[in-house]
Design a protein around this ligand. Sequence first.
Ligand SMILES: C[S@@+](CC[C@H](N)C(=O)[O-])C[C@H]1O[C@@H](n2cnc3c(N)ncnc32)[C@H](O)[C@@H]1O
Length: 247
Amino acid sequence: MLQWLMPYKRSSLMTMQPPPYLVNEHYDDRYFDVVNAIEEAKHVYFRGVGIMDVLSAARPGRKEFRIGETGFGAGRLLIALMDFLDNCGITDIAITYNSVELHPVTSERMESILDVFRPETGPLIDQLVRVYSRVEISKPGWHRIQLTRPFGVLNLNLWIGEALEMVHALTIPCDAWFLDGHGPKKNPAMWRHELLMVIGEKTVTGGTCATFTVAGEVRRGLMAAGFSVEQRPGFGGKKSVLKGLKL
Ligand SMILES: C[S@@+](CC[C@H](N)C(=O)[O-])C[C@H]1O[C@@H](n2cnc3c(N)ncnc32)[C@H](O)[C@@H]1O
């Protein structure tokens, strides 16, 4: 229990409620489970898609990796990814990170949401909030941001709008997908058949996907989209999570 409460601010401890800025009011769901959400990202998503295997095996000159994310939120997965890559011992990689957000948060709210990770990733949060504050979030379509890091360069292509539009707009398929658009009960649209089918089309053969949910409709949808799926041990009290391999 203590572990659940620790990251919450003192005022929230009194009510046992998550801080209001952590709840996405459009889906009545949290942006992420606050306990160890950086470690959770590494376990569920980065190990789930086998990013280190791909980057370590890449031939010289091809150290690039294309990621798709459904549900940018406040950028927690992106912060966790940059932290992971900064410390993975690889340099000179180019990451293209295609993400999408239908209800973009302001940069002030992004900062509040990410604040809980400040002890581990403060400079990364500052860098992301600084560049994100220049994004015109009321303008639909692509917004492109480049971040230079010790591991190399990260090109963030953020689509403001609906997930299906973003996936259709991709001209180059992704090596891996992070599927993180709230649970299928709270937000079935993010897991609809039509969207998962297009994600399958926009994934290279041998590419991967990972998600926190093992719901039957998600597994069936991913299989219909051309992935073989496998449950892996979960994280932080969650029994299992899912990874997929594009056949
Ligand atoms: C669980 S949150 C994302 C968390 C984020 N990946 C992180 O690690 O902080 C899911 C996000 O998906 C967005 N979203 C939900 N449905 C969407 C849709 N149909 N198209 C685009 N974004 C959507 C929500 O607004 C929310 O910000």
